[in-house]
Design a protein around this ligand. Sequence first.
Ligand code: IMP
Ligand code: MG
Length: 336
Amino acid sequence: MPVAYADIVLGLQMGDEGKGKISNELVANGFYTHVVRFSGGNNAGHTIYHKGKKIVTHSIPCGVIHGIKSIIGPGCVVNPKHFFNELKELQDAGIKTDGLVFIARNAHIITDEHLLEDGQDNTIGTTKRGNGPAYRDKYSRKGIRAEQVPELEPYLIDLYEEFYGHGSGRYCRILFEGAQGFGLDVDWGDYPYITSSHCTVGGAILNAVPPRYIRNVWGVAKIYETYVGAKQFQPDDKVFDKIREVGVEYGATTGRPRQCNWLNMKELVKASQINGCNKIVINKTDILDTVGVWKLYGLDGNIKEFQSSDSMRSYIYDNLPDYIREVKFSDNPHGF
Ligand code: IMP
Ligand code: MG
């Protein structure tokens, strides 16, 4: 088989868990031949630090930064204008993109009408990037695919041909880069306060790579939670404003302040199980350390307070399913 293996990076909370950082680290130190974005559009914002420079990508996978073929998968929606802008931003940051950035022929397009319609949303609190209307038209079979847009022709790729078509004995090693997270998933999230695509492991296996080639599923979370959108999420307690300031919790795409809350252990366990994670990263432990408060919602739903970061970490580690071999806690904004 031309596919050797695929790893997946996905979010276990409501986006902004630090997936970009983890994907970037895995790509920099791994042996991948392809990085594929499997869900969402340019509603996402992945912040990556590369050679001391801050780079925010929205729809183009991080592989390009390391000279690896980067593909926007068929489960994604693409705004062509925004795609060209993002390409230019990467080039302006000194990143070589020629022959490295591709869009699946069968990905769907976000049109100006979609943007206009989503721009008027005030019930969900969307990023106003046209995602919901674009997916609606895809599923109602009225959408436009990337292959119908002439300007995109030089960037189009057929995933089947790419992974199975060369007959050269060349093995593909793929990293699937997720966007958003479990709590925003169209099926598993808190409907209707969700995004319109599959942010779970299911979304990754719609990309011409069947489940038996999946090697590692990396779930990424933060040691507290954040959410951007219309529903009330942050409890009435000043400590969360402190967490937002210390953690710089403002949207990478829209600049909106993120609502903050304690980590929800029950949801974390559920997200890890449903995604079949065998590796977990819990980011931003330094933020609670700076604020000096260590709390979470325990498995019984009640708030649990800890006297130190270590005891909180032990609780998290001990209560995750035991088939999760690796749980990393990270206080490093630039890596693991
Ligand atoms: P949409 O995906 O723009 O339709 O927005 C739907 C919901 O998902 C809103 O609450 C958004 O704030 C949220 N959302 C979408 N993309 C992201 C993301 O990349 N990070 C965090 N929240 C997101
Ligand atoms: Mg983000």
